[in-house]
Every structure is written in structure tokens, then in C-alpha cells.
Design a protein around this ligand. Structure first.
Ligand code: FPP
Length: 225
């Protein structure tokens, strides 16, 4: 399951609060979604936390998002261990602030053997740059004679994506009423079912996640057949 967590800013504005308060409130929904996904046995949960385009936001908002992320990682480690959840990052890791890289590396190392659920945080993530990056690595391997172009198929190509070896998402949820993909998991969502809800991310709770899953269960998936 993958989620585009949208609407934090609007949630805050509707309450006359600064945008960053919306992100702070959004963390509660992150906790709820992680807990509930783990509870119902979702294997992989991917959350779109920061896109490559998000650097264009005012620097104080970017700074707050990075601080919130650090805070989340610090506070959540025990829960991740208790619930046997492994943390992973999708995106350009080296482009993140050093302190954030440090925290993420620690939590990834400590949780690496956890097997009940994989939690991907998409950070400094862009779908097109992920595919471009994969194409460059493939070209490099072909040039070095490590890969034959005639052997390159979809499965082999997907090994060069950040999601190397992971199953594609079956369900993509987007909150806040927007009907866009916003450069998220472009390769991986080819056959994902979409669930769009007008709820703003800070208002999206465990019950809403269950509603999305019930809706998904009613879908008939044909994968083009
Ligand atoms: C979209 O709302 C949300 C984001 C760009 C960031 C999501 C971040 C969090 C939920 C908090 C931190 C995350 C973790 C994993 C600790 P928006 O600001 O685009 O809202 P708007 O469209 O209403 O302005």
C-alpha cells in the first residue's frame, strides 16, 4: 500500500494556524496509518513524505519538515522495534541534510532484521529521476559488459529502482481531494488501484484506512487481461 499524504497545509489554514502545524498534525496520521497497516498485515507501506519538488517550498517549512522527520525517527524507534517494522528510504538519500541521513541510517540499521512490515519513507523522491537513475545504471552495466541489452526485461530493470525487489503497490491512496500522481512511484503503480478521498491527511485515521481497504476489496482486478 502506498499513500500520498496531502492536505496538511489546508488543514492548518482552515484553523487559522501556520502550515507547519498541519505537518505536525500529519504525524499523528502517519502513526495511525503505520499502526493500522501493521495490524491488518500489510507487507509494505510506502509514504510520500518529501518529494524532490518540495525543496521549492519556503526554507522555514522545509526546515520544519526535516525537524519533524528527525523527531518522528527518534520517537518511533521503540515502536518500530516492538512491532517488528523495518524502515527503508526511497529517494536520493545523499541529497538529504546530513543530520537526517544520520538519523535515518541509525533507524534503518537497527530495524534491518524486522520482518513483519516494511515501511518505506519516500524522501527527496521523484518518480522520473528514479527511472532516469535506473536507466543510467543499466547503461553503465551494459557499457562495462556486466549486462546484455538483449537480456534486459522489466524485472531486471526494476532491480535498479529504489524499490529493488519489493512488490508493486496494489493500492495507492491520495488524501485531500487532489486527483494527481505527482511524480510518485511512476513505474511501480502501473496496475495499482487508486483510492482518492477528500479527507485532509491530518484527518485521515485508522477507520479511513480500513474504508480504503474495504473499497479495494470490492475492486475487480484484471491486469489488462
Ligand atoms: C502534503 O501536504 C504533505 C507533505 C508535503 C509532507 C508530508 C509530511 C508529513 C505528513 C509529516 C512528516 C512525515 C513523516 C513521515 C514524519 P501539503 O503541505 O502539500 O498540504 P496542502 O496541499 O494542503 O498545502
Amino acid at each position: 500500500m502506498a499513500i500520498i499524504m496531502d492536505g496538511n497545509g489546508r488543514w492548518a489554514r482552515a484553523r487559522g494556524l501556520p502550515r507547519v502545524m498541519g505537518h505536525r498534525a500529519g504525524i499523528k496520521s502517519v502513526r495511525a496509518a503505520v499502526e493500522q497497516a501493521r495490524e491488518v498485515g500489510i507487507g509494505v507501506l510506502t509514504l510520500y513524505a518529501f518529494s524532490v519538488e518540495n525543496w521549492k517550498r519556503p526554507s522555514d517549512e522545509v526546515g520544519t519538515l526535516m525537524r519533524l522527520l528527525n523527531e518522528y525517527l527518534r520517537r518511533e524507534l521503540l515502536n518500530l522495534m516492538k512491532n517488528e517494522i523495518r524502515l527503508n528510504v526511497l529517494g536520493d538519500f545523499q541529497g538529504l541534510p546530513e543530520q537526517v541521513q544520520g538519523h535515518l541510517s541509525q533507524v534503518m540499521a537497527k530495524t534491518r532484521d524486522n520482518k513483519k512490515m516494511l515501511l518505506n519513507l519516500a524522501l527527496n523522491y521523484g518518480g522520473r529521476s528514479e527511472i532516469l537513475n535506473a536507466a543510467k545504471q543499466v547503461a553503465e552495466q551494459v557499457k562495462e559488459g556486466k549486462l546484455k541489452l538483449s537480456n534486459l526485461d522489466e524485472l531486471t530493470f526494476s532491480r535498479f529502482l529504489y524499490t529493488n525487489g519489493q512488490p508493486d503497490p496494489d493500492l495507492l491512496i491520495r488524501t485531500s481531494g487532489e486527483q494527481r500522481i505527482s511524480n510518485f512511484l511512476l513505474w511501480q503503480i502501473s496496475y495499482a488501484e487508486l483510492y482518492l478521498t477528500p479527507k485532509l491527511w491530518p484527518d485521515f485515521g485508522k477507520g479511513d484506512l480500513m474504508e480504503a481497504l474495504r473499497d479495494y476489496q470490492r475492486r475487480e482486478r484484471r491486469f489488462g487481461a
